[in-house]
Each structure stands twice: as C-alpha cells, then as structure tokens.
Design a protein around this ligand. Structure first.
Ligand code: SAH
Length: 254
C-alpha cells in the first residue's frame, strides 16, 4: 500500500514537472514570436503609413510631381528618425534629431524637392544634411547629391546611415555649407535646409546656368520666406514661394 502511494506521488510529480516544463517552453516560444511579430508587422505598417503620408499630407496638399510622390512613397523615413520617435516618423510635422536640429516636415521636403524640378542627370548640392532624409529623396531623383552638414556628429551619423542604406550617389562633407562645395560646382540644383538671413553669394556663384536654388531666408528664431532662385546666364531671378520655419544656418561670415 505504502509503495503504491509513493509511486502514484512520483507519477503525479513527474506529470506536474512535464506540464510546468511544457508551459515554460510554450511561453518562451510565444514571447519570441511576440518579439518578432511587431518587427515583421512594422515594415508593412510603415509602408502603409508612408502611402497615407503621401496621399493626405503631400498629394492632397498640392504636390503633383509624380516622381517626387513616388520617391516619397518609397524612401523609409523611419530609418532617418531617432528610435524614440519611430511611431511619429510619418506624422505631419518635423521631428528632433538631436543637437537642437530637426528632420523637416514631409510636406516641406516634398515642396522643396518639387521646386528643384530634378532631372535624372542633375548634380545637386544640399546645405544641411541633418538626418540625411532629404539627401536620400534626392538620390533617387538625380545623378549625384553633394550634401554638407556643420554639426560633426550629425554629419558622421548621416554618412553612415546613407552608406548602410546603399545610397552610393550621395557624397557627404562635414563643414560650413555657406561656402558651398566648390570642388564639384556648378550645380543644377541647390537646396538649403537651414535658414541664413541673406542669400549666400558663394551658393549663387556655384549655380549652373539654368540651375535652380531653393532656400529659406529670414531672421533666426522667426519664420522665413522660402525663395526659388533661378540663374539665366548672368540674370538671377527670384520668386517668393511661402512662409516656412527652419533652424538657422549657423556658419557663414558672421
Ligand atoms: N535636410 C535635413 C534637415 C536638417 S535641419 C534632413 O532631411 O534631415 C538643418 C541642418 O542644417 C541641421 O542639421 C544643421 O546642423 C545644419 N546646418 C546649419 N548651418 C549649417 C551650415 N552653415 N552648413 C551646413 N549645415 C548647416
């Protein structure tokens, strides 16, 4: 009798151990699944968010250039924002990228890119690399992108990010973009994504005949006017586009 009881206890204890073990394994598997599931889900969620962004924030707001719209639908903006803002990567606003700087609002990126009227053979200069997002958009639309960033840490990060994402036609320079990048001038397009209080003459000088420059100009800490500058031989034409808010251009002769 005593031995039978002991055996029953033993069987019960083994069964219990088995159940606990199985439950543990099941929990482990489901946790791993849960860790992987959002990542797999996120790529699709990001793609949907991107299409939604282009549809409601950009196309509905008047940007019509098909190539610009297509490019903005494909470049993974979430790869250019700090991880704490991933859930807001496709929102209708700029986002902080550290060092007091921002990645521009998607609509502004689209408007400025459309104003440049990019051509597949163009060589474009960007002043203010920041996250590298605008440079990546341009990289899909033109032949070569030259981009300058004055904050060394942002410059290094953007360079690494663009390399990792495979943007081979983006060339980064750490320095003061007020003076442009003489070595590769003239440029068919120049895009300035920080605001000087006047148009830098070196940039005008580096604009090719028939080239276009898109630049916000105005006092720091206030709103600025976005200008489209076009060179036609020796003639420089300028057109006001709209009011914008950019971080200041911090270099230059001051
Ligand atoms: N185009 C960027 C937006 C960056 S915000 C993007 O897509 O994320 C503007 C950037 O201009 C900041 O990173 C700032 O550090 C940089 N900047 C300011 N003055 C500059 C200068 N003189 N030369 C180059 N970059 C400058």
């Amino acid at each position: 009798m005593g031995r039978v009881l002991t055996r029953r206890w033993l069987v019960a204890a083994l069964a219990l151990a088995l159940i606990v073990g199985l439950l543990g394994a099941a929990r482990y598997v489901s946790q791993r699944g849960a860790e992987r599931a959002p990542a797999a889900h996120s790529e699709e969620a990001y793609r949907k968010a991107r299409l939604q962004m282009v549809s409601t924030q950009i196309r509905d707001m008047g940007v019509a250039d098909r190539d610009v719209l297509r490019t903005m639908e494909s470049v993974p903006r979430h790869a250019f924002v700090p991880s704490e803002y991933l859930d807001r990567a496709y929102g209708d606003h700029p986002l902080p990228i550290g060092y007091g700087q921002t990645i521009s609002q998607p609509y502004i990126v689209a408007v400025m890119t459309e104003l440049l009227d990019p051509d597949p053979t163009d060589r474009v200069l960007e002043v203010g690399t920041g996250s590298g997002y605008q440079a990546a958009i341009l990289a899909d639309l033109v032949a070569e992108v030259y981009t300058i960033e004055i904050v060394p840490e942002l410059c290094a990060q953007a360079g690494e990010r663009l390399d990792a994402l495979g943007y081979e036609n983006v060339h980064t320079l750490c320095g003061d973009g007020y003076y442009g990048w003489e070595e590769h001038a003239p440029y068919d397009g120049i895009i300035v994504t920080c605001a000087p209080d006047h148009i830098p003459q070196p940039l005008v000088n580096q604009l090719a005949d028939g080239g276009r420059m898109v630049i916000p100009v105005g006092p720091p800490g206030s709103y600025q006017v976005l200008w489209l500058i076009e060179r036609d031989g020796d003639e420089i034409r300028s057109e006001r586009v709209m009011g914008v808010v950019f971080v200041p251009l911090t270099g230059g002769p001051h």
